[in-house]
Design a protein around this ligand. Sequence first.
Ligand code: NAP
Length: 530
Amino acid sequence: MQITGEMLIGQAAVRGRAGSQQAFNPALNAPIAEPDFGFGSREDVDRAATLAADAFDAYRLLPLARRAAFLEAIADEIMALGDALLERAHAESGLPLARLTGERGRTTGQLRLFAQVVRDGHFLGAVIDPAQPQRQPLPRADLRLAKIPLGPVAVFGASNFPLAFSVAGGDTASALAAGAPVIVKAHSAHLGTSEMVGRAIQKAARQQGMPEGVFSLLIGAGREIGEALVAHPEIKAVGFTGSRQGGLALVRTANSRREPIPVYAEMSSINPVFVLPHALASRTQALAQGFVDSLALGAGQFCTNPGLVLAIDGPDLERFVDAAAAALGAKPAQTMLTPGIHAAYESARAQVQAEAGAPVGVGAEAGDQAHAAQAALYVTDAQHLLQSEALQSEMFGPASVIVKARSLDELVQVAKRLEGQLTATLLLDEADHDAARTLLPVLERKCGRILANGFPTGVEVCHAMVHGGPFPATSNAMYTSVGASAIDRFLRPVCYQDLPDALRPEAVQSANPLKLWRLVEGAPSQAAGG
Ligand code: NAP
């Protein structure tokens, strides 16, 4: 497929005229000369948003089987791009081909999972309270609830997952599954990859006879075209993964609209790992190695990177620190996604170093490797951590802080004071269960996923996953951005009172044509009638 540098607005390819940018190869530290990617204007935003609004009813009212087939066709078209897609993503992100191959599998798997969610229909949340004409003192009306999509969704892809959290990633897949048209703002860190995937979606939409406007891809600076997109009256929700600063800017824009809209921003998390005393003593070496492997994976560029390790001080913790420092020494420096992300990592490390002192362990030096991150491990104590904003802030990269606490009580105090997180991890033996019981109620309040005896990097895409959490992990702790429940972000309930059966949505029609499990008078039922 030829990459042209054009935007995709409905079924058209449109050359942006409001500036331009070349893609960049971080490993070579050089621009990718051809093509130039043209920036869109406010008129382009308006065209895409108007098309999406026009497509909305036509798309959401299609039979569910056609919506599911569209999602599967997108997955097929992404696979049909072949190795060229992986090679382009590799050139633009510096991520290894093996990792990108896995990420492509995750992306298509996600699309197929949502196709199944759509076919099942249970996301429609059908609830029926039949009429009670004889009820005294007043009869009850017939009341039926089903969910509908919010409307067109703006998606901001993430730099660190150029496939699975980008143009056809989880936000797009879940919004399309909900029945919402999608407009993606291409991430400037992988423009060619974005165009290739965008064209795959455009082709799938054409082949499946989807209404024009079900998908568009815009190019331009976040602060201009991204802000204009979120401010556009036809956009009804936003999905975002990236920095706290960027996410909060979009939340502000969304809240200052005449009609405020939800922004589901996944932003920043340091993912505390609590090493409980018996596990620390019995498995020191293995836990240290597991932690360092998780920390250094993908140059630490994961939102679930273990940025904080907490344990009770003593000889076992000293051994853990020594083992982790030794394991870190074997980790090579790795090219980061963009020069900006590399600079932000160096700056965050410098701030932590100013507070915690020199690292107790480092990975191999970057040498001549462009924009490569050297892994680093710092040690501090609980009181210092609690007084320092820098020590509690995300270092997006392969660096982490080990925190020495004086007692279990102090560990709990630290847990209580931490900001909201995507994950919290307990490394524990059976003899640690009492300590875990003390920590768990605090951790439940702080994060979206609690793990035992694992490491937080690696997020399964499935029905039970929660990739979310209280602020600043996300801007809305009620939802997940990964897994089947991510669809709920783009749906809202409508209650139909005394509507004739022929006019009701299929989900709540008496004959139950979708064969859904519905809540009838408060009890699950798959029966027709009612
Ligand atoms: P970013 O700077 O927040 O950018 C993400 C997307 O939002 C890009 O498309 C960007 O546009 C857009 N954007 C940024 N600021 C905006 C604003 N004020 N208004 C409208 N749109 C805006 O994130 P990034 O470039 O991917 O990475 C930078 C930092 O984010 C990292 O160093 C790391 O700290 C953090 N990060 C966190 C996660 C996570 O999962 N928690 C993931 C990735 C990155 P442009 O294309 O014009 O830049």
